[in-house]
Design a binder for this molecule. Sequence first.
Ligand code: SF4
Length: 136
Amino acid sequence: MRRKETTCGYCGCGCGIYVNMADDGTMLGVTPSYNHVVSQGKLCSKGWHGFAFVKDSRRLSSPLIRQSDGSFREASWEEALEKVATGLKAAMTGGDNTNAIGVVTSARCTNEENFMLAKLARAGLKTSSIDHCARL
Ligand code: SF4
């Protein structure tokens, strides 16, 4: 068995966890980090048991690009990121892009990831249109 130290992404507390994996990489479960400054060896029920979404068949596992007929097709990360970059460049006005570009982050991101996305939005994309779904 292997384990990887990471941050619980279920809420903004950011508890320290270990993801326990079989040798083939299959996720077996989660245990708390006893030395983590926030959780100090404790997790709530979501942290302990809320990892089934990792194996959910409805979870996206590759980028999807919307076609002109409204359907989606799978794409590589390189193609998807190129398409996003092209679209963002076309939308940028040269000034304040608040009415042209919006950024939606996720409650599943860590505080640090959401902080970086806010910086990217404000400093890089020059938009203050930022929202997230952290209304759990
Ligand atoms: S273990 Fe519970 S309190 Fe800690 S980050 Fe996860 S959901 Fe939040």
